[in-house]
Design a protein around this ligand. Structure first.
Ligand SMILES: [Zn+2]
Length: 84
């Protein structure tokens, strides 16, 4: 036991300090980046994983806008808007 407080361990991530270090492939400096969810939360990510997060966010926004289009038909193609 190191005796560290739990709240401290959250900021003391393993590996490079990148939030996604466990996925492997960390590259570049790890810096706090503003969360893409719009909450303003700073999340430590390396350059590589930050780029990946941006790409993922853009893909999600393109495919799943926050509101269903007015002409969205849940029966179309058997898809459901509520599916997560
Ligand atoms: Zn990383």
């Amino acid at each position: 036991m190191s005796g560290r407080g739990l709240h401290e361990s959250v900021l003391d991530l393993e590996g490079s300090g990148c939030l996604d270090w466990y996925k492997g492939g960390c590259e570049g400096p790890t810096e706090p980046r503003e969360s893409l969810s719009g909450t303003g939360t700073l999340i430590p990510r390396c350059d590589s994983h930050w780029d990946a997060a941006l790409d993922r966010d853009e893909a999600l926004r393109f495919r799943y806008p926050h509101n269903a289009p007015a002409d969205f038909d849940p029966s179309y193609a058997g898809e459901s808007w509520d599916g997560e």
